[in-house]
Design a protein around this ligand. Structure first.
Ligand SMILES: [Mn+2]
Length: 430
């Protein structure tokens, strides 16, 4: 083990055991895809370009409203979180950036943090503000809302916090701010829908005005929770209204868990792309609500269908480049293992979507051949793209099997010694 991450010779040593099998599988798949006029090398190159950010809070064990059961060797501060993110990137070669949450990750010297991340091969993705809980010493409470609060001084405090996040992010090289608020109501009549939305937009305009020229502003909708009757930013319609109202730098963020269970998320993605307002994703999976389960663990076909829309957009729109992040809560797994597996599941959905024969799909659509259209998607989805993902990692110096390589390394046991529990936790979920 080095000062950070794993020794590259150790990763190479672990890869040796499987490298011939991966090469054989890759060649076989390459032949099969060539029969469909697909160049496996081109698919691999696309996968190697694809990146998904790790949320700093994701490397700690999550929790529910009921309890949190901490794991061993959990990171206790942002520096230790970056160490874990570095390891994830080393092994998967798919996660070159980290998304910070303020104030959980606030430090006195941002240049030290930037340096610490950059040395570990990590850049800083979108900044996340937090006005859904009160911070120590804060003058006005967010119990009844933040950016839409009836009290002007509370709104101003929330605006100032978001501007602080931008200023902190600028020093780290971040290029975006994500705003998610818990504002809403628990009782019918508690808030005036229209007036609270007006107040929110007024606050957001002030935040927008503080954005540097090359920054983007993402707003994230969520159907419910913590408010259980109405949520201000409850759906993609409100999100789109906000982005259109604010201006060119404002875009909508889609968190896969923030919709009702039957909602067609891939169609929302298409609509936002068409409006030129898709900003990016918070990837996770869900069975019931905002479960924040691992990406692809419940409904991998939905994830594929989302990527099918993204590949369609990539083919038709110049510089289409949404920002991707994982947003999960790992309650019963080692967060490092969950994050690595999730990053690979997201890549898998992308690789499968790249295999869709779009000429056949369009022909089926234009002749109302529903079955052939569906089968065209299914054919791509059924393809085992693992050899492409493994080879993509291998080429870049990552691990053929990140989870096994991590387990054998003893990283977690080592961290358990170096990081005795402090009893507290700053992990959370949004
Ligand atoms: Mn989210």
């Amino acid at each position: 083990m080095t000062d950070f991450g794993l020794d590259i010779n150790y990763i190479a040593e672990q890869n040796k055991l499987a490298v011939q099998n991966v090469k054989n599988d890759y060649d076989n798949l390459g032949e099969k895809l060539a029969r469909q006029n697909i160049d496996i090398e081109a698919v691999k190159a696309q996968i190697q370009k694809f990146a998904v950010a790790i949320p700093s809070w994701g490397v700690g064990t999550g929790g529910t409203r009921f309890a949190r059961f901490p794991g061993i060797g959990e990171p206790r501060n942002i520096f230790e979180k970056l160490d874990d993110c570095c390891l994830i990137q080393q092994l998967t070669q798919a996660t070159p950036s980290v998304s910070l949450h303020i104030p959980w990750d606030k430090v006195d010297d941002p240049s030290e943090l930037k340096q610490y991340g950059n040395v570990r091969g990590l850049a800083f993705d979108a900044m996340n503000s937090n006005t859904f809980q009160d911070q120590e010493g804060q003058k006005h409470s967010y119990k009844f809302g933040s950016l839409s609060h009836v009290d002007k001084a509370t709104r101003e405090q929330a605006v100032a916090h978001n501007i602080d996040c931008i200023e902190f992010g600028e020093k780290l090289g971040s290029k975006a701010l994500t705003v998610w608020i818990g504002d809403g109501s628990n009782f019918p009549g508690q808030v005036n829908f229209a007036k609270s939305f007006d107040r929110y937009i007024e606050s957001m305009r002030k935040i927008y005005a503080a954005l540097p020229d090359d920054w983007k502003l993402f707003t994230e909708h969520k159907i419910y929770e913590p408010a259980f009757y109405s949520t201000l930013m409850q759906d993609w319609g409100t999100n789109l209204m906000t982005a259109l109202e604010l201006g060119d730098k404002a875009h909508c963020l889609v968190d896969l868990g923030h919709h009702a269970p039957t909602v067609n998320i891939e169609m929302i993605v298409s609509r936002l792309v068409q409006a030129g307002k898709l900003g990016g994703f918070h990837f996770n999976d869900s069975k019931y609500g905002d479960d924040d389960l691992d990406s692809g663990s419940i409904n991998p076909y939905q994830l594929f269908l989302v990527f099918n829309e993204l590949v369609e957009a990539e083919n038709n729109i110049a510089n289409f480049n949404p920002m991707n992040m994982i947003d999960q809560s790992h309650n019963v797994t080692d967060p490092i293992e969950s994050l690595m597996t999730s990053a690979m599941e997201i890549q898998r959905a992308y690789a499968q979507a790249l295999l869709v024969n779009r000429t056949n799909l369009e022909a089926a659509q234009n002749t109302n051949d529903a079955l052939r259209a569906s089968e065209t998607l299914k054919q791509a989805y059924r393809t085992d793209v693992e050899p492409i993902l493994a080879m993509a990692r291998l080429d870049l110096g990552g691990a053929i099997d990140p989870v096994s390589t991590y387990r054998v390394s003893g990283y977690r046991t080592q961290k358990a010694k170096e990081r005795p529990s402090t009893g507290g936790s700053s992990s959370g979920i949004i």
